[in-house]
Design a protein around this ligand. Sequence first.
Ligand code: C5P
Length: 223
Amino acid sequence: AASQDLAGQHWVITAGPTMEAIDPVRFISNHSSGKMGYALAQAALHRGAAVTLISGPVQIPAPAGAKLIPVKSADDMLAACATAMTHPADVFIGAAAVADFKMKQASDQKMKKQSNTDELHLTLVKNPDIIAAVAKNNWSKCVIGFAAETQNVIEYAKDKLARKGLDMIIANDVSRADIGFNQDENQVSVITKDALWTPDKATKTTLATELVSLIQQHTHSSH
Ligand code: C5P
């Protein structure tokens, strides 16, 4: 059996996409299978942590033992985070692909096709930045984000680390077809204020185990 060295710790993980209603039948969302976040939840559970998994709509089952809080929109996800971390968590991992924008005002009724025009204009407003809120409000002792980039991966990740006030960023290059979105494998760079790790390309399950070890070591050395 794995060592239970995370026993007594509370980890909160967001995963999957958010779904922003346009009207009762349409929505704005992102590509996200939830696989990476769910694998991290599984790996933390395996080492004895209590895990709250705050998840947008995905097609995969929650790992046994996780406290699953299903949500749809970014606003819902933020509210669920606030509730889950009334007492500060030990580790927060933002693995969700949160939609950057939502409707300024979602329609109560299904929007009808207009016959007099080929254009439809939607007014969108920015969603809350969930992970930045977690960091700013000290809802967790350690705050870890993901960065999906298509270029200048490390540089953009470092910028994000500083801007959002995070302890660690796990960055991947989503322009590569063999890793990332909806793939079982991933290759990432792990970035803190003063260190950089590049674990080998691996399945998300294997990688999650390595990432949980890195997180555990990092939080041990910095708290
Ligand atoms: O800014 P960007 O979306 O690239 O940052 C990615 C990181 O921030 C991820 O950890 C993601 O879960 C988190 N995020 C968030 N709320 C948002 C946007 C991103 O928690 N509104």
